[in-house]
Design a protein around this ligand. Structure first.
Ligand code: C2G
Length: 131
C-alpha cells in the first residue's frame, strides 16, 4: 500500500535542519506533501515577517528531491482539512510540536521527530546580522 506523508513548516532561510526533517519525513511513505506557512500565518505566529517570501519558500521546498507536492498553509486551524485533502496517512512534525497534533490521530498516524540540534532560522538571522 502506498503511503502519503504530510509535514508543515515555514522553512525560512532554508538550512540543513529543515533538509534533514524533510528527508526523514519522506522515509515514512512513498509520497511527501509539504505545507509551507503563508507569510500572513507567520506574521501571526512569530510576530515578524519571514526573510524569504512565501513564493520563494514554496519554490525552494518544491525543488527538493524528496518532495512530491507543496501547498500554502494558510491557517493552523486547517490542519485536519489539509490532512484529509491530501489523503495523508502520516503527519510528521518536529518534536518542538510534541503532543500538539495528537487530535489528528483519528485520521492519520502522528509522529514527532527530533530536531537537528544547534541550528535555527532565528540563530542564523542573528549570526548574519552580526557579521
Ligand atoms: N527543524 C528541525 N531542526 C531544526 C530546525 C527545524 O528538525 N534545527 C524542523 C522543524 O521541527 C519543522 C521543520 O524543520 O518540522 C520546519 O521548521 P520551521 O520552519 O521552524 O517550522 P515552524 O515555523 O515550526 O512551522 O503548522 C506548523 C508550522 O507550519 C510549523
Amino acid at each position: 500500500m502506498s503511503r502519503t506523508v504530510i509535514t508543515f513548516g515555514t522553512f525560512d532561510v532554508f538550512h540543513v535542519g529543515h533538509l534533514r526533517m524533510i528527508e526523514r519525513a519522506a522515509t515514512y511513505g512513498e509520497r511527501l506533501v509539504v505545507g509551507v506557512s503563508a507569510d500572513e500565518l507567520n506574521r501571526r505566529k512569530k510576530d515578524r515577517d519571514p526573510v524569504f517570501s512565501e513564493a520563494e519558500r514554496l519554490a525552494i521546498v518544491a525543488a527538493l528531491k524528496p518532495v512530491d507536492e507543496v501547498f500554502l498553509e494558510e491557517s493552523l486551524e486547517l490542519k485536519r482539512d489539509y490532512i484529509l485533502k491530501y489523503g495523508a496517512d502520516v503527519l510528521v512534525m518536529g518534536d518542538d510540536w510534541a503532543g500538539r497534533f495528537d487530535e489528528f490521530q483519528d485520521v492519520c498516524e502522528v509522529l514527532y521527530l527530533p530536531r537537528t540540534p544547534a541550528i535555527s532560522t532565528t540563530a542564523l538571522i542573528e549570526k548574519i546580522a552580526q557579521a
